[in-house]
Design a protein around this ligand. Structure first.
Ligand code: C2E
Ligand code: CA
Ligand code: CA
Ligand code: CA
Length: 278
């Protein structure tokens, strides 16, 4: 028994050690990545019921020369823990506004840009000022902007968050609640924050074709969003079947592989061009 416990202990501690080592490696490489243009962005189209392009969501990509492709779900939390997030977040904000504004001017068209903002980035002292600076330096006052936040943001006190939300409102910047339904405080958040858009999490959309509970939940979420005068977007749409059901339930906006995978800026240009010609 004692041996067993000991063995388990050794196994566990080696595991943790490996984990920390890997994390330290990623952290180091991430410093390098931000300085050396290893970070890029892709954009996933968002369509309305008429299949019109309404916006794109910017998603960060990191191809590390040293470690290969690392998914955002791995490096964003590390950036958060190690204090790199404000810098990385600023880079993402500047780069996406620049790429999308240049493209829109080139094609004489307008659609919104959604940017994911993590907790540490959002609550840094001058988030709003940096956002405004980014719009001034790289964006366009015409560019409709949405900031996507998750429920984890709401571990922070509302006293800190509400004034920022208020300033965003004054500048017509929308607030989207990402991954809706997956957190534990979704409903209280809807009550307290001026949310403009609900993004129904992919995990609910996945089984709406066959699971009656998921169907009922998605239907209810859409109705609630409507009653609260919010736009409702469903993410993770992978089939026409998904789109049809969601459309029937009154969902406003659609995003997912069935519509388009996230595209780099060159691919997005081709995509927008084909849509404009239709
Ligand atoms: P998210 O914000 O919920 O983004 C949606 C994720 O679902 C993206 O993964 C997207 O590529 C993927 N996706 C979209 N449609 C489909 C579909 O039909 N099927 C499937 N299976 N997946 C789909 P990605 O790009 O790997 O991002 C993962 C998460 O990392 C994001 O989840 C977001 O939380 C975070 N993230 C990504 N980019 C950024 C960023 O620039 N800043 C911050 N703070 N977080 C980011
Ligand atoms: Ca998002
Ligand atoms: Ca999401
Ligand atoms: Ca997600």
């Amino acid at each position: 028994m004692a041996k067993n416990t000991k063995n388990q202990y050794i196994f566990f501690s080696q595991d943790v050690h490996q984990q920390l080592l890997k994390q330290a490696k990623i952290e180091q490489a991430l410093h390098y990545a931000i300085e050396n243009n290893e970070i890029s962005l892709v954009y996933q189209p968002q369509l309305n019921k008429q299949y019109k392009l309404c916006g794109v969501e910017a998603l960060v990509r990191w191809h590390s020369s040293e470690l290969g492709f690392i998914p955002p779900e791995v490096f964003i939390p590390i950036a958060e823990q190690t204090g790199l997030m404000p810098k990385l977040g600023q880079y993402i904000m500047n780069k996406s506004m620049n790429e999308i504004t240049v493209l829109q001017h080139k094609l004489s068209t307008l659609f919104s840009l959604a940017i994911n903002v993590s907790v540490k980035q959002f609550i840094q002292l001058n988030f709003f000022e940096l956002l405004m600076q980014s719009i001034e330096d790289f964006g366009d006052k015409e560019l409709p902007l949405t900031i996507e936040i998750t429920e984890s943001l709401f571990i922070e006190s509302m006293d800190v968050l509400l004034p920022i939300f208020e300033k965003m409102k004054q500048h017509q910047i929308s607030l989207a609640l990402d991954d809706f339904g997956t957190g534990y405080s979704s409903l209280s958040m809807l009550r307290e924050a001026p949310i403009d858009e609900l993004k129904i999490d992919k995990s609910f959309v996945d089984h709406i074709t066959e699971n009656n509970i998921d169907k009922a939940m998605v239907k209810s979420i859409i109705n609630m969003g409507k009653n609260l005068k919010m736009r409702v977007l469903a993410e993770g749409i992978e089939s026409l079947e998904h789109a049809k059901i969601l459309s029937k339930y009154g969902c406003d906006l659609f995003q997912g592989y069935y519509i388009s995978k996230p595209l780099n800026i060159k691919e997005l240009e081709v995509y927008v061009n084909t849509i404009l010609k239709k």
